[in-house]
Design a protein around this ligand. Structure first.
Ligand code: CA
Ligand code: CA
Ligand code: CA
Ligand code: CA
Length: 254
């Protein structure tokens, strides 16, 4: 098990690209610190084809600066996990207090053949109620037919302190016109934005936010698709602004 100490995690993302897990060294641990309450954002992506890795987040609950493991069992408190199958991305977005944390990437043996490679992105952004949304772009949901929106599609999910953001990957179809993307069914304030990851680093860089809707309270949010183009890969992010709320996200096709 290798442990990397990242020091204090801040809003500028840290990326650990082309990292490897092997049958003899199947876990990597990334230690970091938060200086105040923050949203921890973790994105495990670019997992090698035919393989599976998973992501877990622990708090150094006994404050000894180490991830304590006895007989293969982690003794520090697990505060979140993401265990999607095959080489789908795994993501964690959770609000957490000041302290020391460990992100652990594990090779999932039954779903892997030999060495697994992956990219891990990490950041800590401003929490509600001064929210700056996660700046990482895991593909948590792929909309429509392999990412192309060809019919009306509605997703029911939630954002809040324990899951501060959801990311949907989508493209426009040449044959089916997308009218708008609508966020409704809110009991508290969530917002949406469309991101074009021009440099394909799976991070929201300056100039990559194409559109957003940030209405207050539990008002609906909506982004017109008129400004989006075919042949481009977009990300739609739903994120907590304040409180915890269920939502319905609709891709409305003409
Ligand atoms: Ca510990
Ligand atoms: Ca996985
Ligand atoms: Ca980018
Ligand atoms: Ca809103």
């Amino acid at each position: 098990m290798s442990t990397s100490n990242l020091g204090t995690l801040r809003s500028t993302p840290r990326s650990k690209n082309d990292s490897t897990l092997t049958t003899s060294d199947p876990t990597d641990v990334y230690k970091f610190r938060l200086t105040g309450t923050s949203n921890i954002n973790l994105s495990l992506n670019e997992i090698s084809s035919g393989d599976d890795a998973d992501l877990r987040l622990y708090r150094d609950s006994n404050r000894n600066g180490r991830l304590d493991i006895r007989n293969g069992v982690v003794l520090d408190e697990e505060i979140a996990s993401s265990v999607n199958s095959s080489n789908l991305d795994d993501a964690i977005n959770v609000q957490a207090n000041a302290g020391t944390y460990f992100a652990r990437v594990e090779r999932y043996a039954p779903g892997s053949s030999g060495t697994v490679t992956y990219d891990l992105d990490l950041s800590a952004t401003s929490p509600s109620p001064t929210t700056s949304p996660s700046n990482l772009l895991p593909k948590e949901f792929t909309v429509g037919d392999a990412g192309t929106v060809v019919r009306d599609q509605t997703y029911s999910d939630a954002v809040g302190d324990s899951d501060t953001a959801d990311v949907y990957s989508f493209r426009l179809s040449r044959n089916h016109r997308l009218n708008s993307i609508d966020l409704s069914g809110l009991s508290d304030d969530a917002d949406i934005r469309v991101i074009q990851d021009r440099n394909r680093n799976r991070i929201v860089d300056a100039g990559e936010v194409i559109a957003s809707s940030t209405n207050g309270g539990n008002s609906m949010d909506s982004i017109s698709a008129g400004q989006l183009r075919t042949g481009v890969n977009y990300f739609l992010q739903v994120y907590q602004y304040s409180g915890n709320t269920d939502y319905q996200l609709t891709f409305d096709v003409a």
